[in-house]
Design a protein around this ligand. Structure first.
Ligand SMILES: Nc1ncnc2c1ncn2[C@@H]1O[C@H](COP(=O)(O)OP(=O)(O)OP(=O)(O)O)[C@@H](O)[C@H]1O
Length: 417
């Protein structure tokens, strides 16, 4: 029996400890071909047994010429190790906006779709303690708040999938040493050393700070402290939510001046949670967008943000409703979830479609009796047969149909806080 080097035992123990409480029936691992995620793949192979089949995935963003070879390298290793592997290609390099952010968002989406097809319940990512430290410094540069400075979560939910980060307390150098000891070659992404990128410059800075006693470990501990503070604030927001927030037929009514008052930070968290609840957004709005919202509200104006329409209700509370523009092109079968949250029940027929009510609200004679404002009615779900409006349950024209929030979304606190 060969003797395991202590480093391997230590790393396997840590990864096993992170995976065990979250183990799904099938586990995926996102492998770029770099040292971190290749080490993750190898470690996962040794800590998952036949009870938890492992599958690997690589995304070729088509942005660097070497990417194809990197994907092929991962594919070859997986073939040798008997791990099913798939390379997914992204061809959105020409899309408008921030290329890196688009590529990252597409990667998460592509991997989630792949996991859905393969019946995989959780996907592991190779973020390390060094990523925590570097992200912390990069967020400092943006004057981020507590959430931005907090350690990334070891587990989070996105696109209907669990994502795990089992390497968060493991240093990159240890993973490289581990790979060397196992004779496994990895690919170095040249952009990691390219000082035109924030990430590469930040790596240099971490080294410069070491003589001050500030290293990846120290920064990681500060980020952990921030995570503890974030969790405490979320806990407090959860306690305050019932007296500040009411869900009214899919809208959120937010009392921003409750008696006794809540701290501004709790009010901010409830507002962000309300925007996420109504829009189904994956990420909170940027701080600059929230500043614009506050300015508009201070002028007593309504405002659109994050796919939501925000206005003052007559009693002074804020009404956060879905923005008509964000849903006006959404059409789906009448028996499917609409806008990620509405379930319509009624005399279903295959040709029926759910769409936003829009200007057809004028065809609903009882709309005023609902007490709902026009923006809410415009974005509310309605049933159509071709161009004929059949039902608008929230606009006083049910015609045998009801519209209910899907159970995963109807509990405000449970779904967003
Ligand atoms: N092209 C890829 N294919 C598959 N997985 C990838 C790819 N790129 C990154 N990953 C996964 O994501 C992890 C983090 O990679 P990286 O730090 O480069 O991501 P990032 O772009 O900074 O995104 P994030 O916001 O998730 O940190 C990797 O260890 C790996 O698990």
């Amino acid at each position: 029996m060969s003797h395991e080097p202590p480093l391997a035992e230590r790393l396997r123990g840590r990864v096993a400890g992170r995976i065990a409480p979250n183990a799904p029936s099938r586990l995926g691992v996102a492998v770029s071909g770099g040292g971190d995620s290749l080490a993750l793949l190898d470690l996962l192979m040794t800590v998952t047994g036949p009870g938890v089949p492992l599958e690997a995935v690589t995304v070729d963003h088509g942005l660097r010429p070497e990417a194809r070879d990197e994907a092929a390298h991962v594919a070859a290793l997986c073939a040798r190790w008997g791990v099913p592997h798939e390379t997914l290609r992204w061809d959105g390099g020409g899309e408008r906006g921030n290329l890196m952010a688009n590529a990252r968002a597409a990667r998460y989406r592509l991997i989630a779709d792949w996991a859905g097809r393969r019946g995989i319940g959780a996907v592991a990512l190779g973020h390390t303690a060094d990523d925590v430290a570097e992200t912390f410094l990069m967020r400092l540069a943006r004057a981020s708040g507590i959430d931005g400075l907090a350690t990334m979560r070891a587990r989070f939910e996105l696109h209907g999938l669990s994502w795990l980060r089992p390497l968060l307390d493991i240093r990159r150098t240890d993973l490289r040493a581990y790979l060397k000891s196992r004779g496994i070659a990895w690919c170095d992404d040249p952009t990691n050393a390219d000082l035109r990128y924030d990430r590469a410059r930040t790596r240099q800075i971490v080294e410069v700070l070491t003589p001050l006693g500030i290293d990846a470990g120290t920064l990681g501990r500060v980020a952990d402290n921030m995570a503890a503070a974030r969790d405490a604030l979320q806990h407090y927001a959860r306690i305050e939510a019932p007296r500040c927030v009411r869900v009214d037929r899919g809208d959120v009514l937010l009392d921003r001046a409750p008696d006794p008052p809540v701290p501004a930070e709790i009010d901010r968290r409830l507002l962000v949670a309300a925007l996420i609840f109504v829009s189904g957004a994956d990420y909170p709005p940027r701080e600059s967008s929230l500043t614009n919202l506050r300015a508009a509200l201070a002028r007593q104006e309504s405002h659109t943000i994050c796919g939501c329409h925000v206005s003052h209700a007559p009693d002074g509370r804020l009404r956060i409703t879905r923005e008509w523009n964000a849903v006006k092109d959404l059409a789906g079968p009448a028996d499917a979830l609409w806008d990620g949250r509405w379930r319509l029940t009624g005399p279903h027929a295959p040709e029926l479609e759910v769409r936003a009510l829009g200007e057809a609200v004028s065809q609903c004679p009882n709309r005023r009796t609902t007490g709902l404002p026009r923006p809410t009615l415009l974005a509310s779900p309605s049933v159509w047969r071709g161009n004929a409006l059949i039902s608008a349950p929230l606009a006083g024209m049910p015609a045998g149909w009801t519209a209910e929030l899907d159970e995963t979304r109807c509990e405000f606190v449970a779904s967003v806080l």
